[in-house]
Design a protein around this ligand. Structure first.
Ligand code: NAP
Ligand code: MG
Length: 489
């Protein structure tokens, strides 16, 4: 009992940092945003606007234009015109200069972009500042470097651009997903119409301002806001050559059906349910920290989140105890505070979805553990959650929850854990924690996942490809593979 009290005191003091809020003054957010078409901000033909909010406070940040079919058509026409008359035939070295300039401007405005990413999306400022925005700039730098070297990327072949690319992105890494899509497309001579997610349009619109200031020829990148109907109109536009989509498996399937029989090319980056695997010879403290990072990073709004933990039986008790202890010290709350580990859930709808799965998990007989903390009174928040006593067939271990929810199961042998890890409709990523190189090689060759991290998790680099197997989609983004998705021979 005394030990418990001492621990509780320790946890409480660990959470008691003085508030360290990032200033909002760096972020200039307009009261209203138009559509970015042909290098200009244009009022929507639809005449409609919708509110965009801060999910941590539910306050309105701005209102943005809602593009209808006619607006989509205008944007695609602008992209087609820029493709045929300017961009396709511009020498790669010249294209590269524009992309380098965009990359440098992103670095210069990194602080403003980070603050807006956090205000509009709910992720902790530490993440948008130290992870998202640097990765965004790196992606533009990396693909700018390829623009004049495509003949070396594809030796003895003649890579040609595809044409107009329709790019549709989700709300979990708004600016990062925009960078992953735009940079390789324009480096290879394509032009773009990008639609950000309904709930997180603001950093994409900031990027539109940067693109405008960079002097990129009008129409090379067009950014139009709206909800699912706008995305659908873009997918179905007859003059689009390529569709690059990141989002739910459900919408991904819908898109596949919609373009069946057309010549449109696609890459689909869909959901995930990654297995994170700890062997008994792993450095346990490091592994526990990696598991925490793997699932609670960005509130679990990560398609490659390590949401299924498999622990070798002999260390199961130790790992669960250490995970619970660590959970007690995580700081959940104001995303603008530099101490915050877990920020706001992106929307009310997503919070309701996560809560539904917490009910399902309990009804399925799993044991739920959450730290004893208070959540903010306003905004959308969820406690970090661990489920033990989980069966492989439980919905919480099969379906993507997309929130800070971890299921834990045990295993005895390599073969058993490989079978359990692969027993999933998804196959985006996985993690392996062990001291033995031979085990790492054995697992990385047998796990059906696009990315397998060993003794680390959630590492991203513009030079390395990312993408899934099975219902996690197809095609790769990043690295040379990412260029390949935007050229034909
Ligand atoms: P989503 O509905 O698939 O949305 C992704 C993007 O597609 C958004 O820009 C969305 O617009 C647009 N869209 C919606 N319906 C469309 C349609 N019929 N045709 C073309 N585009 C369409 O995903 P979400 O609503 O953001 O999140 C739902 C679930 O998706 C999550 O719970 C999670 O499971 C999954 N997800 C996966 C990833 C990933 O990286 N793999 C990322 C985010 C979400 P609106 O924003 O206006 O709906
Ligand atoms: Mg949606």
């Amino acid at each position: 009992m005394e030990k418990n009290n001492t621990l509780k005191l320790k946890f409480e003091s660990a959470r008691k940092y003085a508030p360290a809020p990032e200033s909002r003054s760096a972020a200039k957010i307009n009261a209203q945003y138009e559509l970015f078409i042909n290098g200009r901000f244009e009022k929507p033909l639809s005449g409609k606007y919708f509110d965009t909010i801060n999910p941590a406070t539910e306050e309105k940040l701005s209102q943005v234009a809602e593009a209808n079919d006619a607006d989509v058509d205008r944007a695609v026409k602008a992209a087609r015109n820029a493709y045929e008359n300017v961009w396709r035939d511009m020498p790669g070295a010249e294209r590269g200069k524009y992309i380098f300039r965009i990359a440098r401007m992103i670095q210069e405005r990194a602080r403003e972009l980070a603050v807006i990413e956090t205000l509009n999306g709910g992720k902790p400022i530490r993440e948008s500042r130290d992870f998202d925005i640097p990765v965004v700039a790196n992606h533009f730098f990396y693909y700018a470097g390829w623009a004049d070297k495509l003949e070396y990327a594809f030796p003895n072949r003649r890579p040609q651009p595809l044409g107009v690319a329709a790019q549709i992105i989700p709300w979990n890494f708004p600016l990062m997903m925009a960078a992953w899509k735009i940079a390789p497309a324009i480096a290879t001579g394509n032009t773009v119409v990008l639609k950000p997610a309904e709930t997180t349009p603001l950093t994409a619109l900031k990027l539109a301002e940067i693109i405008q200031e960079s002097g990129l020829p009008p129409g090379v990148v067009n950014i139009i806001t709206g909800a699912g109907a706008t995305g659908s109109a873009l997918v179905n536009h007859p003059d689009v050559n390529k569709i690059a989509f990141t989002g739910s498996t459900e919408v991904g399937k819908h898109i596949q059906r919609a373009i069946g029989g057309t010549a449109k090319r696609t890459t689909l980056e869909l959901g995930g349910k990654a297995a994170n695997i700890i062997f008994d010879d792993a450095p346990i403290d490091q592994a526990v920290e990696g598991v925490i990072n793997g699932i609670f990073f960005n509130q679990g709004h990560v398609c490659c989140a390590g949401s299924r933990l498999y622990v070798q039986e002999s260390v199961l008790g130790e790992v669960i105890r250490k995970l619970k202890d660590r959970l007690e010290t995580l700081i959940v709350g104001d995303p603008m505070d530099k101490n915050t580990d877990i920020g706001a859930i992106n929307s009310r709808q997503q919070l309701e979805n996560i809560n539904k799965y917490l009910d399902i998990g309990r009804a399925e007989g799993a044991e739920m553990y959450q730290p004893d903390i208070e959540l903010p009174g306003k905004g959308f928040f969820c406690k970090p959650t661990i489920f033990t006593n989980v069966a492989q067939s439980n919905r919480i271990s099969q379906e993507e929850i997309f929130g800070p929810v971890l299921t834990i199961q045990s295993f005895r042998t390599d073969d058993e854990v490989i079978e359990k890890a692969n027993n999933s409709p998804y196959g985006l990523s996985a993690g392996v924690w062990t001291d033995k190189g031979s085990k790492i090689f054995n697992l990385t060759t047998k796990l059906r996942a696009g990315v397998v991290w060993a003794n680390t998790y959630n590492q991203f680099d513009p030079t390395s490809p990312f993408g899934g197997y099975k219902e996690s989609g197809y095609g790769r983004e990043g690295g040379l593979h990412g260029l390949n998705a935007y050229v034909k021979f």
